[in-house]
Write a protein that binds this ligand. Structure first.
Ligand code: CA
Length: 523
């Protein structure tokens, strides 16, 4: 990319100032920063996304549960974002937001059952129109067929872990094996076939794992059998101080996680072949027997379920981490690494026992927060850590910016390319907006919207409730103490209410619109 083009894509070069926390790595956009993305003119983009992979289960985010050396490698050789947030923490809505760069109330996918309108502009379409070859592999989950891809091969709906069906450009057939490995084989084949690409490519590799019911590859079924995982401090949360939403959900490990298919006390699913069934029985037969002999109930049962849930969940992530390693190796062996932006993220976070929960949906930190690591040699300083707040809607604009392309004018996300390359941008947003809609529905998390700043979070639950929560994340990082009615926080609450209206106005959302969607969604 030419210097002028780079400065343009950075946005306001005059606003870019050295990033003190990155020390000598920081540069001005207007000096040697015009380093044409380190030679990465129109880089290839490999966008890997897992489903429900919590930051708490990634080594470079300080996991106390597992190791993820290959995902960590992306961060070591690139940047780790510590404040990346989802705008609606649910599978389909997050995907629609990423594709369009627009909030749910605009892209039309507010919950998991709404069909994505594929005639909308998306970042893959914009890249394709600019000459990129575009491909999508894995979990699509938007009901309508993918658009904007030269090639696509997707799981129907949620897809299966073992011997999954895949729909290749409209043609559905079953594939023997384990889903993460099958998708990885396809991704590696794609990379190897593009060793000398005549045009840059976008490869989206979107995994099913580690989504419920957390079924690992055969080789990972017993990987964590001998591990005692530390419990989160909020495993036995009593939801005191909070509104009814926290107490009335249906996503506790205690009551909503079942023993049969979630915790695998039933025989192997029919979909497995004989060899897979034998591995399943070898792994989960002893678990079943131990459980039957233990006679657990109450808190002891919660603890047992937590431990075995994590064994399975983290077993799935072991497969994902291996997959990342294989894709990175393929990029290395083809020489593509130096000109390829590699991204690893998850469609949203996940509760791993925090507040007694699994699943996501709430605006609380564990679900709201997305892992995000990115690597582009020569452009992203190795080992960078970024603390600015970015959202999933920003991904597409950033990819377009890397390709030297303008985002369409109505896209709500904004490029954080300048943050990637070690700048800080004066005026970068200091708050993010969130809106969750899927209620009443599975897990029964009430409708809510809110604003999060660097320190505070204000949430409004509505529809069958009218309640506010306010958290001081500096003093209460686990969000146990709702201070919405605390007189000491009256001024802060007032400021946050103003900020909430401001940010709703910015994105074209409102209480009135929320009520309209209740009528449409619930009737
Ligand atoms: Ca998900």
């Amino acid at each position: 990319m030419k210097r002028r083009a780079f400065v343009k894509t950075v946005g306001f070069a005059s606003l870019a100032v050295p990033l003190s926390r990155c020390g000598s790595l920081a540069r001005r956009a207007s000096d040697g920063g015009a380093r044409d993305l380190g030679g990465s003119r129109r880089p290839n983009i490999v966008f890997i996304m897992a489903d429900d992979h919590a930051s708490q289960a990634i080594g470079c985010y300080g996991s106390r549960l597992n190791q993820t050396p290959h995902i960590d490698r992306i961060a070591q050789e690139g940047v780790r974002f510590d404040n990346c947030f989802c705008t609606n923490a649910l599978c389909a809505p997050s995907r629609a937001g990423i594709l369009t760069g627009k909030y749910s109330h605009i892209n039309g996918v507010r919950n998991n059952s709404q069909v994505f309108d594929g005639t909308q502009e998306t970042f893959p379409k914009t890249l394709q129109a600019a000459g990129y070859e575009t491909a999508f592999l894995g979990k699509w989950h938007l009901t309508s067929d993918p658009t904007g891809f030269d090639y696509w091969n997707i799981l129907p709906g949620q897809g299966d872990y073992y011997n999954p069906d895949l729909i290749e450009m409209g043609d559905q057939k079953q594939h023997p094996g384990y889903v993460t490995d099958i998708l990885t084989d396809m991704a590696v084949d794609f990379v190897q076939a593009h060793q000398n690409p005549s045009r840059p490519f976008l490869l989206m590799l979107h995994h099913k794992a580690p989504h419920r019911n957390w079924e690992p590859a055969e080789r990972h079924m017993t990987l964590y059998n001998d591990v005692e995982f530390p419990e989160p401090p909020t495993l036995f949360d009593d939801y005191a101080t909070r509104c009814a939403a926290a107490a009335e959900q249906e996503m506790t490990i205690r009551d909503a996680m079942n023993l049969e298919d979630d915790l695998k006390l039933e025989p192997a699913p029919d979909r497995l072949d004989d060899s897979q069934k034998a591995a399943w029985e070898a792994a989960y037969g002893p678990r079943r027997e131990a459980f039957q002999n233990a006679g657990l109930s109450g808190d002891a049962l919660v603890r047992w379920k937590y431990q075995h849930f994590l064994q399975d969940y983290l077993g799935c992530i072991a497969g994902i981490d291996e997959s990342v390693g294989r894709v990175l190796d393929a990029l290395d062996s083809t020489g593509l690494s130096r000109n390829t932006l590699v991204v690893y993220t998850s469609d949203q976070g996940f509760f791993l026992g925090e507040h007694g929960w699994f699943d996501k949906r709430f605006m609380y930190e564990e679900a709201l927060r997305m892992p995000l690591v990115m690597r582009l040699p020569g452009a992203i300083p190795p080992g960078s850590i970024n603390k600015d707040m970015v959202i999933n809607l920003d991904f597409g604009p950033t990819f377009l910016d890397c390709a030297g392309l303008e985002k369409p004018a109505d896209v709500q996300g904004r490029s954080f390319l300048s943050l990637l390359t070690g700048q800080t941008v004066v005026g970068w947003p200091e708050s993010i907006y969130y809106h969750y809609y899927e209620f009443p529905a599975i897990h029964m998390v009430k409708r809510h919207f809110g604003v999060r700043t660097g320190r505070y979070k204000l949430i409004h639950f509505y529809y069958d409730i009218d309640a506010w929560e306010l958290y001081d994340l500096a003093n209460d990082p686990h969000e146990l103490n709702n201070v919405a009615a605390d007189p000491a926080y009256a001024g802060i609450r007032s400021d946050l209410e103003v900020e909430l209206v401001r940010i709703q106005n910015r994105y074209g959302d409102s209480e009135e619109l929320a009520r309209k969607f209740v009528e449409i969604d619930v009737g």
